[in-house]
Write a protein that binds this ligand. Structure first.
Ligand SMILES: [Mn+2]
Length: 432
């Protein structure tokens, strides 16, 4: 895979050159530490290299809050330029060849041309994301009071049609799943009939499910609150599971880390969905209070590790049908989105790799022996191991950067884009 002019393979290799001697030493030390525990560092590097996570098309511009957006120079102005940024990101980190596409924000005028643009850059679209949480220009009926669960069947039909259009665009782009998140819910007690709204949602989703192409998956994303602050139709994993179960074998639940009440045990939800055969994917981000959409691993890195502890446990034990999609879903308000996406992808990859360090045999023994202190120590031993040399080596061997942030800043990519892409007005981002 070649890289953009400013981030050519030669440029990255040049940036790596001064870091290589230290990396070799650190890697050698890690090899000794891991071998002492019976772990093969080369096998772990291969695991790290095989990891894949999708970049959200809506995460490449500055996000914003409900109050303001502070755009930065050189933001991509259309979906083609967004893919160019994805290309730059993947060139440096080498684990993000996938893009999660939002419709209509990134609706291509020419799907064939967009697919060719992605192909040329070694990128692929994995999931399509529909949007019925805001009104689109020229649409007949408003989603102010709901979409797929609206009391009016005509509004529901319109929302279903939009999802079917997303599937059609996705089919042309080579996508393999549709992610559906709705903002439907109530802000006042009594505003909506809880059971009727959920039935209406299920009815709408059945129509979408019926239109899924061969090999596609339907991912149902739940969210506790916002934009509805009293009641939300698909409010939690239990409701999501109920709907996925009724829809059929192609429907799965998607877990967005920010969409739960504070301190909810998300890793346990993940384990439940694995056990029930309905874990379809993730939106990784982090959260301190509510749906903050902070960078993955920024606030609760141990939680991220514990989630991957469940995922890797399922992977190693060969749970049938276990194949979740990993995607980022963040809002970058005060950082360069390219830098945040790179750091987040690497943080998720780190958690994945660290989960492979857990001595699962010993952990099971301590669980059977009712020794919680040692059980936790088994997890902490993995979590506290510095896998940075392994991640850096995985990147370097794949042609990526040992230090992607330093290489990106040295490349002048943002400055070049600022010159090439004069600021264009853009609506405030919506984050799902
Ligand atoms: Mn999300």
């Amino acid at each position: 895979m070649s890289t953009p002019f400013r981030l050519s393979d030669g440029f990255i290799a040049g940036q790596n050159a001064r870091l290589t001697p230290d990396l070799r030493q650190d890697f050698e030390h890690a090899r000794i530490v891991l071998a002492r525990r019976g772990l093969d560092i080369e096998a772990l590097v291969r695991r790290a290299q095989a990891f894949r996570i999708a970049v959200p098309s809506w995460g490449l511009g500055t996000g914003g809050t409900r109050f303001a957006r502070f755009p930065m120079p050189g933001e991509p102005r259309d979906v083609f330029e967004k893919l160019d940024d994805c290309y730059a990101i993947n060139g440096l980190v080498r684990v993000t060849p996938l893009v999660s596409l939002h419709i209509p924000w990134d609706k291509p005028h020419d799907a064939k041309a967009l697919r060719a643009h992605a192909d040329e850059r070694g990128l692929a679209v994995d999931s399509m994301n529909s949007n019925t949480f805001e009104d689109q220009a020229g649409q007949q009926r408003s989603y102010k009071h709901g979409s797929l669960a609206h009391p009016d069947p005509a509004v529901r039909r319109q929302a279903v049609e939009h999802n079917l259009e997303c599937v059609e665009i996705g089919r042309a782009l080579g996508a393999s799943s549709l992610t559906v998140w709705i903002g439907d819910g109530g802000n006042f007690p009594g505003q909506m009939h809880f059971r009727d709204a959920l039935e209406a949602y299920l009815d709408s989703m059945r129509a979408i499910y019926a239109a899924l192409p061969e090999g596609w998956r339907l991912l149902l994303e739940h969210k506790l609150a916002e934009p509805a602050f009293y009641s939300t139709v698909i409010n939690d994993w239990g409701t999501s599971y109920w709907a996925a179960e009724r829809l059929g074998p192609k429907a799965f639940c998607l877990v967005d880390l920010g969409h739960h009440a504070p301190n909810v045990n998300i890793e346990m939800i993940v384990a439940r969905l694995i056990q029930f055969g309905k874990l379809g994917g993730f939106h990784f981000n982090d959260s301190k209070y509510g749906d903050d959409d902070l960078d993955a691993g920024a606030i609760k890195p141990f939680q991220l590790f514990l989630i991957f502890n469940e995922l890797v446990d399922a992977e190693i034990s060969g749970v049938p049908g276990f194949n979740p999609s990993y995607m980022l879903d963040q809002s970058h308000n005060v950082t360069d989105p390219i830098e945040s996406v790179m750091v987040s992808a690497m943080e998720v990859q780190r958690a994945y790799l660290q989960a492979h360090l857990v001595d699962r045999g010993a952990l099971r023994e301590y669980q059977r022996a009712c020794d919680p202190l040692m059980a936790l120590r088994m997890l902490k031993q993995a979590y506290l191991t510095d896998v940075e040399p392994l991640l850096a080596m995985a990147r370097e061997r794949a042609g990526g950067a040992i230090d992607p942030i330093a290489a990106y800043r040295a490349s002048g990519y943002r400055e070049a884009m600022a010159a090439e892409r004069p600021a264009a007005g853009r609506r405030a981002a919506g984050i799902v």
